[in-house]
Structures are given as C-alpha cells and as structure tokens.
Design a protein around this ligand. Structure first.
Ligand code: ATP
Ligand code: MG
Ligand code: FE
Length: 347
C-alpha cells in the first residue's frame, strides 16, 4: 500500500511517499521538501505568519516534485497522513486542509498523526523495523524530549522534556550572541571543530542529584554563554569564538547523551534513536556513539536529511499506523497545535 505524507508544522513544507509491504516493511519512495528558513533568517527565528504563507505557495509544487521523484500517480495513493500537531497553528492548518482535499478527492482514509512520532518513525525508512521497545531522543528547534516507544504506530510515552528552551533553540540563541548566522546549529558545529571543548566550564543543566532525572534545561547554559561573552568584552579581552562554540556544544552533547543513556539503562531498553535537526550535530552523534557502545546500547541516527522536518517521516508514521489497523481520523479533524505526544493518531 502507498501512503502519502504531508508535513507543515513549522517552516518546512514536506511531501513524501512510502510503500508499506505485507511483511510490515516501510520503504521510502519520495521525499520533497521546501523550506522557508531563509525568509526567517533576519528575524533569528521562525515567524509564524511568514511560515503559513510560505506553506500555501509551496504545497502544490512540492507535491508535484514528490510525484515526479516517485514516479507515482495520485491514483496510486491508498492513504493520506498529515501532521495534525504539535506545531504552529496557521502552518499546521495549511497541511491539514491540503490532506483533507487529497483524501476526499481520492476517496482514501485520512490519518492526522503526531509530528513527534514522525521523527521516530522515519528511522524505519533508513534502518528497518524498530524493536518492540526503544528509546528516542528527539532534539530539534522546538523540541527536546526523551520518548519511550512501545510500537512506533501504537504507543509513545514522554519520559523527559525540556523545562525551558529546546536544544536547537539554544543553538540558535547562542549563534545570535556570537553574531553567527541563523539557524545556529551548522555554524556552531563548524566553529566548534576548531576550538577546545574544555576551554570554558559551562553549566550542565538539571544534572544535580535532586533534579528530575530525564528532564533538560538549556536556558541557563545560554545565559552563561551570554554572561561569559559580556564579561570578556567588558574586560577588553578578545573571545575565541571556536572555544566558546566547542565548550557550549560539549555541554549540550554531554547532558543529552548522559540522560539518554541513563534512561535506556534504567528502563532496560536496548536501542536508542536520535532524531530531529540537532541529531545532525557532529559532537552529539560522536559522544552518543561512544557512550552507547560503552553501555551496550544500539544507536540509530537517521541521515540528516531525514532528521529535519519532512513529509516522508509523516508518511512513515502513517504506514505504521495503517499497519496497526488504526481507525482513520474524521474529515472534520482540526489541526491541534498542542497535540500531546502520546496521541499518535487523532480520532
Ligand atoms: P520542530 O521542532 O517542530 O521539529 P524545527 O524546524 O525547529 O521544528 P528541525 O528542522 O528538525 O526543527 O531542526 C532545526 C534545528 O536544528 C535548528 O534549531 C538548528 O539550529 C538545529 N541544527 C541543525 N543542524 C545542526 C547541527 N549540526 N548542530 C546542532 N544543531 C543543528
Ligand atoms: Mg525546521
Ligand atoms: Fe520536527
């Protein structure tokens, strides 16, 4: 069966196609993405109104590209999956309205699915079926969560989250402090390779004995970087951007990997999936590889292109939901900006 996936929760318009085989395997057929990231750059973050408008203009051409890439016709589609939430209200509405139009025109079931579940499901396109239980570390511009996955189309429970900024948000804010371009992840990653990760002792948020074991906090770290830069400049000392980037990046990667590995060991889960835009970070994946190997945990990180927002991940989750034989969503389903992570399909 062929599943169409539509994503529009943030600044990426994504259309993807996957094939669900009878044996339950899910295969990537097309993944077309249009991003409005450049239009947000001068604001240092995503502007909701700009994102919504960009989705409107990008949706039809992105669908065209995905169809061309897959060699499929719309009449081949057996089910439509769309991000119902969480995300920006106006942005979500564009994808949801489009998906309803395709589902009713093609007379196939509609599945309004959870964006966060999509970030986990996408790994099956790259590495094949996931074990019965696994742990997912989802780190992006809007999210930093530890998820216990018991069947990717069936049960996902949040065991930890950020109490303030998301990991990617911290990268973007620190980049701003250092006058590096938006989004901040790639330039900081690049600078960090030239610096000393032990040059500055930045704080590791929520790692005290009384702190919530699996929650994250990155706002203190961002403030510490700002204070460091300010203090140095006021004293007339030149700061080393590579050292600041390397030390900041080390603090983020240290906390994320330590908590993820600890959770995997505590919950006796043998597999860790890292996904979301920040999964592209070179230090995060290197440290995760090291620590997972030490702890005897299998590490799965999808390729960067699949880690950031795309339609294929939504198609993949749709396929897993279809496989679990879930009831479709109603055609009057609303977009839900605050869709809870444990709601995999909207009913
Ligand atoms: P959502 O949170 O809904 O998934 P998003 O668009 O913010 O939406 P992504 O597109 O998955 O999320 O990821 C973008 C984020 O990833 C940005 O904050 C960016 O700075 C960060 N990022 C990208 N590459 C890297 C990298 N190499 N290292 C660290 N962070 C990175
Ligand atoms: Mg994005
Ligand atoms: Fe996302």
């Amino acid at each position: 069966r062929i599943v169409l996936g539509i994503e529009s929760s943030c600044d990426e318009t994504g259309v993807g196609f996957v094939r669900l085989s009878d044996d339950g395997r899910v295969e990537l057929l097309a993944d077309a993405v249009a991003s409005s990231v450049d239009e947000h750059a001068r604001f240092g973050g995503v502007v909701p109104e700009i994102a919504s408008r960009a989705h409107l203009t990008a949706m039809a051409p992105t669908m065209r590209r995905a169809l061309d890439e897959s060699g499929l016709a719309l009449s081949d589609v057996d089910a439509v999956a769309v991000t119902a939430g969480p995300g920006l209200a106006g942005a979500l509405m564009v994808g949801v309205a489009s998906a309803k139009a395709y589902a009713s025109a093609l007379d196939v079931p509609l599945y309004g699915v959870n964006h966060l579940g999509g970030h986990v499901a996408v790994d099956t396109l790259e590495h094949g079926p996931l074990p019965e239980r696994c742990l997912a570390l989802l780190v992006s511009g809007g999210h930093s969560q530890l998820l216990l996955v018991e069947g990717v189309g069936e049960k996902i429970t949040e065991i930890g989250t950020t109490i303030d900024d998301a990991a990617g948000e911290a990268y973007d804010k620190v980049a701003r402090i250092l006058d590096l371009p938006y989004p901040g992840g790639p330039p900081i990653d690049k600078q960090a390779k030239l610096g000393d990760p032990n040059a500055i002792a930045f704080p590791r948020g929520l790692t005290g004995p009384r702190d919530a074991k699996y929650d994250f906090s990155f706002s203190g770290l961002k403030t510490a970087v700002a204070r460091y830069v300010e203090t140095e400049q006021r004293a007339g000392r030149e700061i080393s951007v590579p050292d600041v980037c390397a030390s900041f990046q080390e603090a983020v990667a240290d906390v994320l990997t330590a908590k993820a590995v600890r959770a995997a060991l505590d919950l006796e889960v043998g597999t860790l999936v890292i996904s979301g835009g920040v999964a592209a970070n070179s230090r995060l994946s290197a440290l995760a590889r090291e620590r997972c190997a030490e702890a005897g945990i299998e590490l799965r990180v999808p390729r960067p292109r699949l880690c950031t927002d795309n339609g294929a991940m939504i198609a993949a989750l749709g396929a897993h939901v279809l496989r679990a034989d879930a009831k479709p969503s109603p055609l009057d389903m609303p977009a839900n900006p605050g869709l809870p992570v444990d709601t995999i399909v909207v009913r």
